[in-house]
Ligand binder design. Sequence first.
Ligand code: IDP
Length: 139
Amino acid sequence: MSERTLAIIKPDAVKKQAIGDIISQYEQAGLRPVAMRMLVMGKGIAEGFYAVHRARPFFDSLCTFMSSGPVVVLVLKGENAIKKNRELMGATDPAKADKGTIRAKHGTNIEYNAVHGSDSPETARVEIAYFFPEMSVVG
Ligand code: IDP
């Protein structure tokens, strides 16, 4: 089943000049970008995006990090895109991520972990709509 997922190349990975490598990994896995933009999230935009985590102890630090520099936000489309992207990303903590995953390669620690990926169809729908009006998604 072809589906969409939201991916974010986080500020740490943009700073490390890993945008090209990460997008290349999406494409090689059969995940096709169908929407893409670069932006700096204001703190409030980051807080809204991560609202489900607002009770977690790392919430403020996470939102400060996510608004600390440019990010690349993409909609990826493909067969089982949500699960496939989560596998490609690896575990939240790069130290525990499987070899060859994006987080193992480009992540620094459990917070600065290079990429975001939606974790369910409902989350994907909400997250895509947070950044992209339907008319700006081309597939
Ligand atoms: P996920 O990104 O692998 O789905 P979540 O648990 O949804 O992981 O957490 C969202 C983001 O919050 C992570 O990608 C990471 O940047 C940050 N984060 C998660 N756990 C911690 C933590 O224990 N300390 C600091 N930051 C964390």
